[in-house]
Design a protein around this ligand. Structure first.
Ligand SMILES: Cc1ncc(COP(=O)(O)O)c(C=O)c1O
Length: 409
């Protein structure tokens, strides 16, 4: 038997209810299984917690975490900005937020994507000196003044983060020692100077590491602003707030991080006196709102082990199968949706319908005894779920997505 992660408190009662309704109810609404259900109440509560902890700091939502349209519609009015990473995300964001609240980061922006962003009036976080030149040229050719910020590749790293994006050679951002020179070029050429974007990593669960990274980021921003000689209107301090997917992981204490950041902001460099600050978050806002529901189509014994074979798997929820950025397979929290709290249990593996041993949603976990036709719930499915999964692999139908928990839904 292997342990699994902790079911988020909002869903920890048995039988499972999502926004007050059973999993079967949502499967009926969807008309079929598998499906993703996103409880917007969980997202709204997260946003409220951010506001309580980080007063005066802007909150940006990184669309890449979950670009489901109804979720974007609901979240956009509650955050200060949307961060996008492709031309497609530019289009989705501009339908929902004014251009000056949208920023575009990511390596490999094509000329047509840069032009789309420049014409729309959204801020481009420049990832290289060459990208800066291309953006300036497009501005000149089209007659639109580009809104430009520099994404800095900092010396600092976000200790303990699942994905480190600073402190090393990187396709992301302009190395810190070259950033001021590129910023000067951008400013001298007449672009609309928007400031700095410093993103050190993602999926960090160490509060102290985040506090340390934010302090170092502020110092770096202060030094760069002084070297550039023009106040950055905005410094995006990155994010990287993680969520506890696996056994033994603890949630972040955002209040402690917010208090430490407030102190650091009070002591910030003179060069940042009139600067606004933002934190950009994806999974911390939406990761725990999502439940992936998939129906058991077979139950089989093989050489002493029991397999629950479901109608969906890594083709929809790659991350839970351990194939998205994890080295060792560990179990996401899962449940048998209809089971009572005192149901008898057994040790089973939950596997999807794909012809690969990689398609395993849970490995030898203890779950209530389940039958063919029951629904398995896989939690932590709100971020990097469907849009980060190989949906075309083996040609199964796309799952339905439902946004629930909004007044009236
Ligand atoms: C620049 C940038 N912003 C935001 C994010 C969102 O990260 P998360 O969903 O972990 O908050 C990422 C993730 O890779 C990123 O690269």
């Amino acid at each position: 038997m292997k342990p699994m992660g902790t079911i988020p408190a909002e869903f920890s009662h048995a039988p499972l209810r999502i926004a007050g309704e059973t999993a079967e109810h949502w499967a009926d609404v969807a008309g079929d299984t598998p499906l993703f259900v996103y409880d917007f109440g969980v997202v709204a509560a997260r946003i409220a917690r951010f506001r309580a902890a980080f007063s005066g700091v802007d909150l940006h939502y990184a669309i890449k975490a979950n670009p489901f349209g109804p979720l974007l519609d609901a979240i956009a009015p509650l955050v200060d900005g949307l961060d996008v990473a492709s031309g497609g995300e530019v289009t989705w964001a501009t339908r929902r937020k004014t251009p000056n609240a949208i920023s575009f980061a990511g390596p490999g922006k094509r000329d047509d994507e840069l032009e789309l962003a420049i014409r729309a009036g959204i801020t481009i976080n420049l990832e290289s000196a060459r990208e800066a030149e291309r953006a300036l040229r497009i501005g000149e050719r089209t007659g639109f003044t580009p809104r430009l910020a520099i994404r800095v590749n900092p010396e600092l790293e976000l200790r303990g983060s699942g994905m480190r994006m600073g402190g090393r050679a990187s396709p992301f951002g302009i190395d810190a020692d070259q950033a001021a020179a590129v910023a000067r070029q951008v400013i001298d050429t007449g672009a609309n100077w928007r400031g700095l974007h410093i993103y050190a990593g993602s999926q960090a669960l160490g509060g102290l590491a985040i506090i340390e990274a934010q302090r170092a980021t502020l110092h770096l921003a202060g030094d760069l602003a002084e070297a550039i000689g023009v106040t950055p209107p905005l410094v995006n301090l990155g994010g990287g707030f993680g969520i506890p997917y696996f056994p033994g992981e603890q949630p972040l204490d955002e209040m402690a991080i917010g208090n430490a950041l407030a102190e650091a902001l009070d002591d910030r460099a003179h060069s940042l006196e009139n600067t606004r600050f933002a934190i950009e978050l994806g999974r911390w806002l939406v990761g725990e709102c999502g439940v992936y529901l998939t129906r058991i189509v077979d139950r089989k014994e093989s050489r002493g082990e029991t397999f629950l074979v479901t109608d969906g798997g890594m083709n929809h929820q790659l991350a839970a199968s351990g194939n998205l950025g994890t080295v060792v397979k560990r179990n996401y929290p899962v449940a048998i949706a209809s089971a009572e709290a005192d149901a008898a249990t057994e040790t089973v593996s939950v596997v999807g319908p794909l012809c690969t041993p990689l398609d395993r949603l849970a490995d030898r976990v203890t779950l209530p005894v389940a039958a063919v036709g029951d629904l398995v719930a896989v939690f932590m499915a709100g971020a990097y779920g469907l849009s980060a999964s190989p949906t075309a692999f083996l040609g199964h139908p796309a799952p339905c997505e439902l946004l629930v928990g909004i007044t009236g839904s």
